[in-house]
Write a protein that binds this ligand. Structure first.
Ligand SMILES: [Zn+2]
Length: 174
């Protein structure tokens, strides 16, 4: 689906120091990201950057391609403490849920997406140790949304188009 950004929302699509997140139609968002073979200092730095940029943008998750790095690392923050996942894969999934999603790379656009209700995700932490998490509800949505980013998939590919709508996330900044 081609997204036409309304004039009132174009200011959200500027990429600069203040708004460092990569926005559509940047091609890095459509690439399949590369697995990380060994976690290095560079990845630790990348993870720190992702956490900072996600927080500054008031996001609950972010994936490396959203800062222009096509590698398989995501950060999720369904609660306060961010979790960094390297090479995350969903190994079990069940149930369905439908909820409204947005994306830091498509600011201002929201719509309903169907996701699995419960998932088990396997990954490595930022020290390279294997981890796994059972997640359900909102946390499971965030993981599915962010892993999609690693495969070049955006929520607009899965959205119920009849529910798509624009809403300024920070009208006070206008
Ligand atoms: Zn997103």
């Amino acid at each position: 689906m081609e997204i036409v950004v309304p004039a009132d929302f174009e200011y959200l699509y500027v990429q600069n120091e203040e708004r460092p997140v990569v926005k559509i139609p940047n091609e890095v968002l459509r690439k399949k990201a590369t697995p990380i073979e060994k976690v290095t200092k560079r990845h630790v730095k990348l993870a720190e950057n992702l956490v900072r940029i996600m927080k500054e943008a008031n996001g609950v998750g972010i994936a490396a391609p959203q800062v222009g790095v096509s590698e398989r690392i995501i950060v999720i923050a369904p609660e306060r403490k961010p979790i960094v996942l390297v090479n995350p894969t969903i190994v079990e999934k069940s149930g369905k849920q439908i909820g409204e999603e947005g994306c830091l790379s498509i600011p201002g656009l929201y719509g309903d997406v169907e996701r699995y209700m419960s998932i088990t995700v396997e990954a490595y932490d930022i020290k390279g140790r294997p981890v796994d998490y059972d997640m359900e509800g909102y946390a499971a949505v965030i993981v599915q949304h962010e892993i999609d980013h690693l495969d070049g998939v955006l929520f607009i590919d899965k959205v119920d188009e009849t529910t798509l709508h624009w809403q300024d996330p920070n009208p006070e900044n206008r």
